[in-house]
Every structure is written in C-alpha cells, then in structure tokens.
Design a binder for this molecule. Structure first.
Ligand code: HDC
Length: 278
C-alpha cells in the first residue's frame, strides 16, 4: 500500500519485546524505562514490519495455501539508523520480491522498508516464508542473490570464538506472541498438530532475537542480521549460540542442546564499524 502501515509504540512495546526474547528483570537497560541506557534490543527492527499490512495474500501467490503448513524459512534485518527509537511512529512499506518452487514446498520472499517521520529508512526486512505442500506449480526453484540477505555464512572449521547457552522459558512463545505474531502455531496444540507438531513451536523471530542478543552482548552493535531457520524449537528447550568473528562479520549458528539439532544455520551479523570486542 503506497500509504504504508503505521506502527506507533512506546517503552511498553520495547520492554515486552525485550522480555519476549529473554531479557531478565535484572537487565535494567532492557526492562526499565528509566534506566540510563534504556534501549530496544537490535532485532526489535522486525516488529514494525511484522505488524504491517501485507499488500498480497499467500492465497494469491501460491497454490494450495494452507496456513497450518506455513513456516518461517529465513530472515534478513538491516538497521540503517541508530539509535533505534524507543518510542514513536514508524511507517512500513512491504512488497513481494519473488516466489520460488521447491517441489514439495513454495518459498515466498518479501521486502519491507520501515521509515521514521523524517522519511529516513530505519529498518529493511527481507523475509522468506516456506510453505509446505504449495510447490510443484512449475516455477523456478532459484532464489535471487541478494548479497548479505542470502549469504551462505559457512562457519569456519576452528572451534567457535564465543558460545552462549540460554534456556528458553516454557512460556516464551506465549509472551513473544504479544509483540504481534498471533499465529496459532505457537500457542494452540490443535493447530500445531495439524501442521505436524505435537507441541506448539517457538516463533522463528523469537529465537533469531535470542541469538541476536547473544551476538550483541559479545560483539556490540551490528548493522544487519541474516538467519536461516534450519529446525524447530519447542519453548523450554535450551539454545546454544556458537559465534565466530571473521573480520567485521560474526558468523553464527544455533543448536538445540537437548537434541543436538541445528535451529539456525547460514547466519551472520555485520558489525557496525567492524570494530568489536572479543
Ligand atoms: O528447515 C526445515 C525446518 O523445519 N525449519 C525450521 C522452521 C521453523 O521452525 N521456523 C520458525 C517457526 S515458524 C514461524 O515462526 C512462523 C511465523 O509465525 C511466521 C509468520 C509469517 C507470516 C507472514 C505474514 C506476512 C524446513 C521444513 C523449512 C525445510 O526442510 P526440508 O523440507 O527438509 O527442506 P530441504 O529438503 O532441506 O530443502 C528443500 C529446498 O528448500 C530450501 N530450504 C530449506 N530450508 C529452508 C529453505 N529455504 C528457505 N528457508 C529454509 N529454512 C533448500 O535450500 C532446498 O532448495 P533447493 O532444492 O533449491 O536447494
């Protein structure tokens, strides 16, 4: 929509988001609006875009669309302007980029620019949605190279430079959904089981936020983050983020400790100024 989708928020939305990705009551900068360095965690940049009205419906772009078969496949977030505002009105402009045919599934890529009231772009989001059972329509299987948004980010063979483990709460998805993603897949077992999951699964953007927090805590500000959701996470499971600093970039991956399976792969953050503590 040319007019864009407005998202108005204040410290309440910021604190709710920070709590949703695991901030603790003792993390005053993240949970107390009067703290000297009160801030939104960097991946807050997905929230205005996520709450924007899409200019297309999945029904219009893929065959056999079933919302129960939809999974978040990949996400790229670029933060174009610092500091991230902790209140205000931001306007998002979403558009469809491409649809690919993966045989058993369709992949839908969209892009959203989010601007502040001066017209500056604050965030760019590129989102890949993986829709099982909607492929086989004879389209190309290729995804266009979009630079950092599609980079392979293969981890180096040496042991990780930094590792952080964080146990998610069993109520993580129940809390995270209040930041705008009310998809029943994350709360309603009757819905998730039709999609193939006995227990409701955690939002991809929630565990991306948790991993982004680990990168931020260890290496400082980043100007972008890209992830591939390689496996599902059930609220209550423990996430292990393994990080490698390669020049101005932190390559990372996330595993579920209880199963040893990858939850995030092909992931990286490019650091602001390339300067980072290690
Ligand atoms: O990787 C599998 C998986 O299960 N990943 C985890 C998914 C997940 O947990 N996501 C987060 C939770 S869901 C969520 O948060 C939903 C949220 O509410 C979103 C709402 C958005 C609404 C938007 C409104 C606007 C799975 C199932 C994704 C893929 O596994 P397989 O089927 O085994 O695929 P595979 O055989 O390995 O590969 C087939 C082709 O697909 C490409 N591909 C694989 N994983 C991908 C992916 N593409 C994008 N994202 C991924 N995660 C492969 O490259 C392959 O393509 P090709 O054949 O061309 O090489």
């Amino acid at each position: 929509k040319a007019a864009g989708s407005k998202y108005t928020y204040d410290d309440k939305e910021v604190i709710l988001y920070n709590l949703g990705i695991g901030a603790k009551r003792t993390d005053l900068n993240w949970v107390f609006e009067n703290a000297e360095n009160f801030e939104a965690l960097p991946t807050f940049g997905v929230i205005p875009y996520f709450n924007a009205e899409s200019p297309f419906t999945f029904d219009e772009v893929v065959p056999n669309f079933n919302p129960m078969m939809l999974l978040h496949g990949e996400q790229y977030l670029e933060i174009k302007k610092f500091p991230i505002p902790t209140s205000g009105t931001l306007t998002s402009y979403p558009s469809l980029v491409e649809v690919a045919d993966k045989g058993a599934a369709a992949v839908v890529v969209s892009r959203t620019e989010t601007k502040d009231s001066t017209g500056d772009v604050v965030f760019v989001n590129e989102s890949t949605i993986f829709i099982r059972g909607s492929g086989g329509f004879g389209g190309s299987s290729k995804i266009t190279d979009r630079g950092a948004a599609t980079a392979a980010n293969k981890p180096p063979s040496r042991p990780a430079d930094k590792v952080v483990e964080e146990k998610t709460s069993e109520d993580q998805a129940a809390l995270y959904r209040l930041s705008g993603d009310r998809n029943p897949l994350h709360i309603d077992p009757a819905f998730s089981s039709v999609g193939g999951f006995k227990d409701p699964i955690l939002h991809g953007l929630c565990f991306m936020g948790i991993a982004g927090k680990h990168v931020y805590q260890n290496f400082g500000k980043f100007k972008n983050i890209k992830v591939r959701f390689a496996g599902t996470v059930i609220p209550g499971q423990t996430l292990r983020t393994e990080m490698w600093k390669e020049g101005g970039k932190v390559i990372f991956q996330v595993k579920v400790v209880e199963t040893g399976k990858l939850a995030i792969a092909a992931a990286a953050c490019e650091l602001v100024g390339g300067a980072a503590k290690l």
